[in-house]
Write a protein that binds this ligand. Structure first.
Ligand SMILES: [Zn+2]
Length: 210
């Protein structure tokens, strides 16, 4: 008789615990669904509120995002006398020939063209070199130009009185590659002819005209 009552009692307790667990599980499930829906709404709201102007345009070809293009000399003391003068002359030349469309400004605090001079060169084939770096929108973020002043006092005897090499390297920093056209300043044959191709000038004006 007592055993029967205990079994009956424990049966009730089991039923109550099971019911409470089912209720708690159901409430937990409902809350988790609600939070999920709320998060989904939140995400879709955020996406539709991205201002249009923050969506950056992807360029078809590598180019600088805005003017002026900043530059800085990494180690002016190692550049000798000739290199800085020729580089400044080359910047000015590009500015004038593009009717002030492409212009440069010295600024050591901004990303731009980094100019480094070396008085020794391990690779004798290379007189100078340039490279540019882009972000995912093909916008050029910065560039490096290295000049090798191998003879120290007699910088680049090949083109002593011409800024062919400096203009050529700056145009690399603007995204221009080598050309097989023997008359082009982007032909790497070092003829010391500093005339910039009209095709390059036109392209610069079209690309950077506001
Ligand atoms: Zn080159």
């Amino acid at each position: 008789m007592e055993t029967k009552e205990i079994l009956k009692k424990s049966g009730w307790i089991f039923m109550i615990i099971a019911s409470v667990l089912i209720i708690l599980f159901t409430i937990g499930f409902i809350i988790s669904q609600y939070v999920q829906i709320k998060n989904e709404n939140k995400n879709s709201t955020t996406q539709s509120y991205i201002p249009q102007k923050n969506i950056q345009k992807t360029y078809s070809e590598p180019q600088w995002g805005e003017m002026p293009i900043y530059y800085q000399f990494e180690n002016l003391n190692s550049c000798g006398k000739i290199i800085p003068e020729k580089i400044l002359r080359s910047f000015e030349k590009i500015k004038i020939q593009t009717n002030n469309t492409v212009y440069f400004e010295e600024n050591i605090n901004k990303l731009g063209i980094n100019i480094t001079c070396y008085q020794e060169n391990s690779n004798e084939e290379t007189i100078d070199e340039a490279a540019y770096f882009t972000n995912k929108y093909r916008q050029i973020t910065n560039a490096e130009i290295n000049f090798y002043d191998t003879n120290n006092s007699d910088y680049n005897p090949l083109c002593k009185n011409s800024s062919y090499i400096e203009v050529h390297q700056i145009l690399h920093a603007l995204g221009f590659a080598h050309s097989t056209d023997s008359k082009s300043i982007m032909n790497p044959n070092k003829k010391c002819n500093e005339t910039i191709d009209t095709g390059i000038i036109d392209k610069l004006i079209i690309t950077y005209k506001q």
